[in-house]
Design a binder for this molecule. Structure first.
Ligand code: FAD
Length: 614
């Protein structure tokens, strides 16, 4: 009998359980209520939905808006754009589905009080770029959270979900989830007919640039701990494109965004000697990837590649030329506001380094890799497509349902659909919510049931790190080091080092190969052997322990996918040194993986990319 077995268990029943109350989750809660007036819709969130998720600090632009009412773009245009940026590989059915509905989401945001900037002459939303509209978005998240709060039957904040529960009567059907309160430590069993996972992307799986005094600073939200991937992986859901990690050009040390600067302030980059370097690399890129380099706009990864090559050629640092734009007082204000509503830390870093962008052109850098499904990459779960649009082999049930019955996803959780961003993630949540309501209604009397043994066993496993600590702390040999347990921070740093050095992080210039990946997998399996010995001195550390578990499983998935795809599809995101070119003959396809929870083995396969739009 463990020390913590007396923890109270709270049971929560629902028709639809939404895990993660970020943009996808808020959209899911809102739409589930719209179609399921009498259903019990529950949201469970690790933080507090008021300010949780990647949009916690606010945003300055909504990056996915068609503007169909003004005939600015068509959904097909957005699919072409995303396909181009992802070097040909996107789920066009899913992307089209989001694009055709996303404008209505944005119009609701405005109705709910989000201030969207307007062009004074035309009255239209002010564009930052072809797809982006500008907002006063410091309160973007609280505004969206309010709608979700009003729609949900109940929101459970401060509960970290650790595992999904499966139906005891039918294999491959979800029945709920378990987790614990990070405040009072109670154990929660959520029994639900349908589950929507929208628990965000993955930061801190590769070693960040920021270590030492800057530790914790990353571009993607530090609390995006890969739960959106680990939860479905643990129950055998198929994943796709997990090798397609993202690396971003950002302002050095603060990870401040560059989009508004390039698009709205019309800034540009130059090397250390004041030269425009991108054209220098055109021929060599053409040699690697063929005609993809001629696409407009030039795919993000290829622009990264030129940046990295220029640095390797010894002509760094690369700087953004801000001095010209900041000479205009209006643009200067926009430049600072952009940070203050979204990444205040960048302004602080500049202040600490004596950088005034009016006087000094600031340095850019290439970030460490992140894994996510909603930004300019498309890692995530393999999901069924919309009934009216998806090719038959992309359809096995309900829209946005994963390969596990009753398990849906949205936002970063769903793979194959890049460039959905905040508005597209919310919209995908709506689509998943609508489909989940239909799934629940169709269940009739065939309801899933949870297995008491399953959740009781999980209860023991979940609190084990606290027990390990209580017992092992008597053996502390120096500071916090005990031979009997591993602290979450120690495990995290080990994970980041493995991923960095073997799977294509910054220390190898994003380069890996088959022997490195194989060794990386060996080291990951050794890390996994040690994870049952994690020690947690508090509920907060218990959360860190489970975040590490989720990050490790997702990292293993990333490594398996990277090993499987024998080509360099996205130079600038990562390089397979043993397969240095893009290979459309063998690899114009999606990669799929399935983890076998019983054996711990991974099965890999290819799936066709259907081009629906010309
Ligand atoms: C730095 C940055 C800048 C961006 N800039 C823009 C921009 O300018 N414009 C734009 O449109 N988009 C932008 N985005 C993208 C946008 O924020 C994401 O696309 C969107 O938030 C993804 O939605 P999501 O629901 O998948 O994840 P999130 O919104 O991150 O929500 C995930 C939620 O799940 C919760 N959670 C995680 N794990 C668990 C768990 N185990 N149990 C319970 N809850 C859990 C989290 O706390 C969080 O609330 C930016 C993102 C970042 C990080």
């Amino acid at each position: 009998m463990g020390l913590f077995s007396s923890r109270k268990t709270v049971f929560v029943d629902s028709d639809i359980l939404v895990i993660g109350g970020g943009f996808g989750g808020c959209g899911a809660a809102y739409e589930s209520r719209y179609w399921g007036r009498d259903l019990k819709v529950v949201v469970v969130e690790k933080a507090n939905i008021e300010r949780s998720g990647a949009v916690a600090q606010g945003l300055y632009a909504i990056n996915c808006y068609m503007g169909m009412r003004w005939d600015e773009n068509r959904p097909e245009d957005h699919v072409r754009y995303a396909r181009n940026d992802l070097m040909g590989l996107v789920r066009e059915d899913l992307g089209y589905d989001i694009a055709r509905h996303v404008d209505s989401s944005v119009h609701m945001f405005e109705e709910w009080g989000l201030p969207i900037m307007k062009d004074e002459e035309t009255g239209r939303y002010k564009r930052e770029g072809k797809w982006q509209i500008m907002i006063h978005g410091e309160s973007y998240k609280p505004i969206i959270a309010e709608a979700a709060r009003k729609a949900a039957t109940k929101v459970y904040n401060r509960i970290m979900v650790t595992h999904l529960l499966m139906d005891k009567t039918r294999p491959n059907r979800v029945a709920g989830a378990v987790g614990f309160s990070v405040r009072d430590g109670k154990f929660y069993v959520f029994r639900s007919k349908a589950v929507i996972v929208s628990a965000g992307g993955a930061s801190h799986i590769f070693k960040p640039h920021s270590v030492g005094e800057g530790m914790g600073r990353t571009w993607y939200a530090p609390w995006s701990s890969a739960s959106a991937y680990a939860l479905p992986i643990q129950v055998g859901a198929k994943m796709t494109q997990m090798e397609n990690r993202i690396v971003l050009t950002r302002f050095k040390d603060g990870y401040g965004p560059v989009g508004a600067y390039f698009l709205h302030l019309k800034t540009y980059t130059e090397n250390a000697y004041g030269d425009n370097y991108e054209a220098t690399w055109y021929d060599s890129i053409k040699e690697m990837v063929g005609d993809y380099v001629d696409k407009q706009p030039v795919p993000t990864c290829l622009r990264n590649h030129a940046f990295l090559q220029e640095i390797k050629a010894g002509r760094g640092p690369i700087r953004m030329v801000t001095k010209e734009a900041f000479a205009d007082p209006h643009k200067e204000t926009v430049g600072w506001e952009n940070f203050l509503g979204m990444t205040i830390g960048q302004a602080v870093v500049w202040a600490s380094q004596n950088i005034d962008p009016k006087e000094t052109n600031p340095e850019l850098m290439m970030s460490e890799p992140y894994v996510m499904g909603s930004h300019a990459t498309c890692s995530g779960a393999w999901a069924s497509g919309p009934e009216d649009y998806a090719p038959s082999d992309y359809q096995w049930g309900y829209n946005r349902m994963m390969t596990v019955d009753g398990l849906f996803g949205a936002g970063d959780a769903i793979g194959g659909t890049a460039h959905k961003f905040s508005s597209g993630s919310f919209t995908e949540g709506r689509l998943a919510g609508k489909a989940a309501v239909r799934y629940v209604n169709d269940l009739g009397n065939d309801q899933p049931r949870v297995d008491e043994t399953e959740y009781e066993d999980l209860k023991t496993i979940i609190y084990q790190p606290m027990e390990n600590y209580k017992v092992g702390r008597n053996e502390i040999v120096a500071g916090t080091v005990s031979p009997s347990y591993l602290l979450p921070i120690q495990g995290l740093q080990r994970l980041e080092k493995i991923m960095d050095e073997y799977v294509g992080g910054t220390s190898t210039n994003y380069l890996t190969n088959e022997p490195m990946l194989t060794r990386g997998l060996e080291l990951l399996s050794m890390l996994k052997e040690d994870l049952p010995h994690l020690g947690a001195d508090s509920l907060h550390q218990l959360m860190r322990a489970w975040e590490l578990q989720h990050r490790t499983l997702a990292s293993e998935c990333v490594t398996q996918h990277t090993l499987f795809r024998e080509e360099t599809r996205w130079p600038g995101y990562y390089y397979r040194a043993d397969h240095p070119k893009l290979d459309d003959i063998d690899w114009h396809c999606f990669t799929l993986s399935r983890y076998n929870p019983e054996s711990g083995e991974w099965a890999m396969e290819k799936a066709p990319v259907h081009h629906i739009i010309d």
